[in-house]
Write a protein that binds this ligand. Structure first.
Ligand SMILES: Nc1ncnc2c1ncn2[C@@H]1O[C@H](COP(=O)(O)OP(=O)(O)OP(=O)(O)O)[C@@H](O)[C@H]1O
Length: 311
């Protein structure tokens, strides 16, 4: 394997339209080596269009992209060896086996046959496709195709990994394995950019987040404001019926308390507020079994960003 140099990714006011559809209006962000950056946005917000531009597969109309300091528009052949691209659906070579598909991919990077064979074996093991290694790719299930697609993206040991909905179609065990794999890559200094609708999953791995809405990245200030907004926390206790009265006793205003099918939530201004409520509940003798934000950080921030912009 060649000497690894950590590189990051920068997008500055990147734009792309398709006729009168402004898929990406203005995207600016940075993804650092060693980080896992979540690319979050509703359907049609421009995530795939952005990823295609970063993967050198689509030209921006305007703006600048730098991957490891290199402009992929001006020098795509210098950028391609250092990026790994996992599209949201795999266009595979139906008649090749899993092993030969991976060997072919590795050879495209200029490696010889023996190196390609060895790398294919490693990749098959990394993504857990051993049992299917010598079957044609057309027999793979959706989740197995996702694993093959991931293996292909990893073929050249890229320093920048671009993943479009990588967890879709994966079963829970495979999702955990994907998470471990991504954390391992980040720990080795790779830059990982990952788009997903499953925000709870991203919450567990993402070190940074880029929020995209109608082709535009939310400003750092808007994200900070949204993150600072009050949010509901779910509380459970062994004596569930005692929770409401206990909250009243410790002076939590009833306007902050909501009840739903799963129990009680309390709106907290911030983490310090939440810590104070928990301390008071425990001091009041309540046996608390669950105390956590009702929705994940990424999802809540996304919802608050949408609220803050009524346009
Ligand atoms: N080749 C194309 N021609 C015309 N319009 C396109 C093309 N590709 C994307 N679009 C439009 O650009 C917008 C952004 O699409 P994009 O696929 O980038 O969104 P996305 O955030 O990836 O969506 P999803 O979460 O549903 O996958 C959409 O309105 C889409 O219809």
């Amino acid at each position: 394997m060649t000497e690894f140099e950590p590189v990051g990714l920068v997008a500055d006011d990147v734009r792309r339209s398709f006729g009168d559809v402004h898929a990406v209006r203005s995207v600016s962000f940075e993804a650092r080596p060693g980080s896992i950056t979540a690319l979050i946005g509703p359907n049609g917000s421009g995530k795939t269009t952005l990823l295609l531009m970063l993967a050198t597969l689509l030209r921006p109309d305007a703006g600048r992209i730098l991957i490891g300091g290199v402009d992929p528009v001006a020098e795509p052949m210098r950028v391609r060896p250092i990026i790994g691209w996992m599209p949201d659906s795999l266009g595979s070579w139906a008649n090749l086996t899993v092993r030969s598909a991976l060997e072919t991919t590795h050879r495209m990077y200029g490696h010889d046959k023996a190196a390609a064979r060895q790398r294919a074996g490693e990749l098959i093991e990394t993504v857990g496709l051993e049992a299917l290694a010598d079957r044609p790719t057309r027999v793979l299930s959706r989740g197995q195709k996702q694993k093959l697609s991931l293996a292909r993206a990893l073929a050249n040991d890229p320093s920048v990994l671009l993943l479009d909905e990588p967890a879709s179609g994966l079963d829970p065990v495979a999702r955990v394995e994907l998470r471990e794999l991504l954390l391992g890559l980040a720990a080795r200094g790779r830059t990982v950019l990952i788009s997903s609708h499953v925000l709870a999953e991203l919450d567990e791995v993402a070190t940074d987040a880029v929020y995209l809405d109608r082709g535009t990245t939310a400003s750092t200030e808007a994200v900070a404001r949204a993150r600072a907004a009050a949010r509901p926390w779910r509380i459970k206790a062994i004596d569930g019926f005692g929770l409401g009265p206990a909250l009243e006793r410790i002076g939590v205003d009833s306007s902050r308390i909501a009840t739903d099918s799963q129990g009680i939530t309390v709106t907290m201004a911030d983490d310090a507020d939440a810590a104070a409520v928990l301390t008071a509940l425990v001091a009041a003798g309540l046996r608390v079994t669950w105390f956590a934000p009702a929705v994940g950080e990424l999802e809540r921030t996304l919802l608050d960003l949408a609220k803050g912009d009524p346009e």
